[in-house]
Design a protein around this ligand. Sequence first.
Ligand SMILES: CC(C)(COP(=O)(O)OP(=O)(O)OC[C@H]1O[C@@H](n2cnc3c(N)ncnc32)[C@H](O)[C@@H]1OP(=O)(O)O)[C@@H](O)C(=O)NCCC(=O)NCCS
Length: 169
Amino acid sequence: MTTRMALSKDLDAVVHILNQSILRGNENGRLATVKASELHDWFFEHSPSRYPLLVTEEQGEVVGWLSLGAYRPGREALRRTAEISYYVRQRKKRQGIGSTLMKEALRICPCLGIKVLVAFLLEHNSGSIALLRKFGFERWGLFPQAAYIGGKLVGQLCYGKLLEKADRV
Ligand SMILES: CC(C)(COP(=O)(O)OP(=O)(O)OC[C@H]1O[C@@H](n2cnc3c(N)ncnc32)[C@H](O)[C@@H]1OP(=O)(O)O)[C@@H](O)C(=O)NCCC(=O)NCCS
């Protein structure tokens, strides 16, 4: 298993893995599958030196990905904070791939100037909560009834982690 920066050839695999999650119906806020063309800009906005997109590969197959992205883009004061999201190929879940991606993200964050990580997830997303807790993320908030899925109102959680403990100023 190797984890590396995504290359343009990985776009289709990244979209496929995201669509697997969308088709499960309740893992993220998207309700309809996406085409590679719709994610093209998002994919290529990532950059190894600021907001990388990481993929984990197993025997030549991309089995998971993790994205670091701007939190509230355009607000300079928030540049030290990044949003993290991650997806693992359906049949490869619970085999340590999410953990591998998270470890690599936490390793490189200091080099990227990222001091705070936040993740947003639907409140019933037990896999995501387990991964976040395993790596020391804490529950920082709940947006009640933020989502409407399958006729039900669902809250959205925010989990976060301080990567550098600083004295409050
Ligand atoms: C969240 C996700 C990336 C986790 O990936 P993964 O490869 O299954 O994670 P790991 O195998 O590294 O598991 C990490 C820990 O979480 C636990 N875990 C994973 N899925 C779990 C689940 N559904 N319920 C309870 N615990 C779970 C594992 O047991 C492991 O704990 P341990 O190492 O102490 O045993 C994966 O479930 C996924 O792709 N979910 C759909 C996409 C998604 O919801 N993304 C988040 C949207 S922001």
